[in-house]
Design a protein around this ligand. Structure first.
Ligand code: SF4
Length: 495
């Protein structure tokens, strides 16, 4: 009897990851991108005759052993994290454990598909882009991530409104995929380019059609070498097969937190010596790359465009779709996708313990909360003063809210671009006020007033978010500030 056996592994080529056994007649061995479960990877998906055994944290020896058993016609289920019967053309969907956390719409192909295979672009959504554009417009899809130009200072635009603004501006439009996210707590954009760049490019091609652009630039952080290499390989394969008429170019941008801000990313692409945010309006849709009408979306937004076109909407009507949340809890880390009407705590199932002292939601400049009951849509998260950027960092007892707020204020002081006074001088004074707490000086009103000024008067998204950790720490853990002024750290973290 002839078996159809496949071994997929999320092993990324580097010197510190296991060697991948070669493909041979009996077993088709494929290297795929991350499934998002960083602490369980490398994963291996051993598939034989419609059943898949999923193994976690595999070594070179384990991969060899899995391959040998598949070659012998045996599904290696012993020691497996899960074994699932499924349509062999579709990824397995375990019913329990971390791999079953959340929903996998945007992440559906991550950890399963060959990231460099251009086949999804052959007759992809962009070939019927007008229908997808209308679906995006009807749904009122909103942007994902601080690197998206529609996620702006002031009233946020929907994705379709951003497209309208670019299309109605005279000039030669261009689409930029902003994959420069350098926040250490946010993996969503890098994960998508490493694991499923075809879905991102399909969404970008829809956007290009919406605004009449014949050029797409993918800007990748210089630190994300694998994301860049796989996207370049996909573009080369799609070009060789003549699957797209639009010009596709992959470029790198500096690995700096600042550069993710859309107008600073433009400055870096234009080769500016000094990277500073641009004043808005006009936004990039009206005056972008070298003055051209420019649509700037993150890979997460563009993947939402593609999935909305493929599978319709889910989630909260005010912010339809799903949200990728990178959850970090000590050594554990996972990127989990949840519908926007689901509570944030649903993302924790990918990592583990629901017990924590506080959570920082939104990355480096996220908001602190004691509970994750807030739904994962932008309106609810803004109302709870949490960041929508796509990160949940869980902090246990023993971690100090005052120390965390101080570190984030210090980061803002050191990393801001210096262009506007409220952020440049405000973050410096905020950091100094928080240091004064340790010297016994604490005036809640003074700290709040300064933090609000930074938030409300800064020029770009960096400054408007920078004071959020301090303000939410005061709201949730105010007594800890007073205790520090009296020489005591209730968590025991500070000396
Ligand atoms: S808010 Fe901060 S980062 Fe943004 S322009 Fe002002 S100084 Fe620069």
């Amino acid at each position: 009897m002839t078996h159809h056996a496949t071994l997929r592994t999320t092993v990324a080529p580097s010197t510190d990851t296991p060697a991948v056994p070669p493909s041979h007649d009996a077993v088709d061995v494929r290297v795929v991108g991350s499934a998002g479960l960083t602490h369980l990877e490398p994963l291996a998906f051993a598939t034989l005759d419609g059943r898949t055994a999923i193994h976690t944290n595999v070594t070179t020896e384990a991969l060899d052993s899995l391959c040998d058993r598949l070659e012998a016609g045996t599904l290696p289920t012993d020691g497996a994290h899960a074994t699932v019967a499924h349509d062999p053309t579709e990824p397995p969907q375990p019913s329990g454990g971390p791999l079953s956390a959340g929903t996998r719409r945007v992440l559906a192909r991550c950890g399963w598909a060959d990231p460099t295979d251009p086949s999804p672009l052959d007759g992809g959504l962009h070939t019927n882009g007008a229908r997808v554009v209308e679906a995006v417009r009807d749904a009122g899809l909103r942007p994902r991530g601080r690197g998206d130009a529609a996620h702006a200072v002031g009233p946020e635009r929907t994705v379709a409104e951003e497209w309208d603004a670019a299309r109605e501006t005279p000039g030669d439009p261009v689409v930029i995929v902003n994959a420069t996210e350098s926040d250490p707590g946010i993996d969503g954009d890098r994960l998508l380019l490493e694991a499923d760049p075809a879905t991102v490019l399909d969404g970008a091609l829809v956007a290009a059609g919406a605004v009449g652009a014949d050029e797409i630039v993918v800007a990748v952080s210089e630190a994300d070498e694998l994301a860049r290499a796989r996207t370049e390989a996909l573009v080369a394969a799609a070009t060789e097969r003549d699957l797209v008429e639009t010009s596709l170019e992959v470029v790198t941008a500096p690995d700096a937190f600042l550069v993710t801000e859309p107008t600073m990313m433009l400055e870096s692409l234009e080769g500016a010596d000094r990277i500073e945010a641009r004043r808005r309006p006009p936004g990039p849709a009206e005056y972008g790359l070298f003055g051209r009408p420019t649509v700037i979306h993150t890979p997460r937004t563009l993947a939402q465009v593609a999935v909305l076109g493929r599978a319709g909407t889910v989630g909260a009507p005010s912010d339809p779709g799903t949200r990728l949340m990178t959850v970090t809890h000590g050594e554990k880390r996972a990127t989990v996708e949840i519908p926007t009407d689901a509570p944030l705590r649903d993302a924790l199932r990918g990592v583990g313990s629901p017990w924590f002292k506080m959570a920082c939601v939104g990355g480096q400049f996220g908001g602190l909360t004691r509970t994750l009951a807030t739904p994962a849509n932008a309106d609810a998260m803004h109302g709870a003063r949490l960041g929508t950027e796509g990160a949940i960092e869980l902090l246990d007892d023993g971690r100090c809210a005052v120390a965390l707020a101080g570190r984030r204020a210090k980061f803002a002081r050191e990393e801001n671009c210096g262009r506007c006074v409220p952020c440049r001088e405000g973050s410096k004074q905020l950091h100094e006020l928080l240091r004064d707490v340790y010297d016994g000086e604490f005036d809640d009103g003074d700290v709040r007033e300064l933090a609000r000024t930074v938030r409300d008067t800064s020029l770009c998204g960096f400054g408007t978010a920078a004071a959020r950790p301090v303000l939410t720490a005061l709201d949730e853990f105010g007594p800890e500030f007073a205790a520090h002024a009296n020489g005591r750290c209730p968590a025991g973290e500070c000396r």
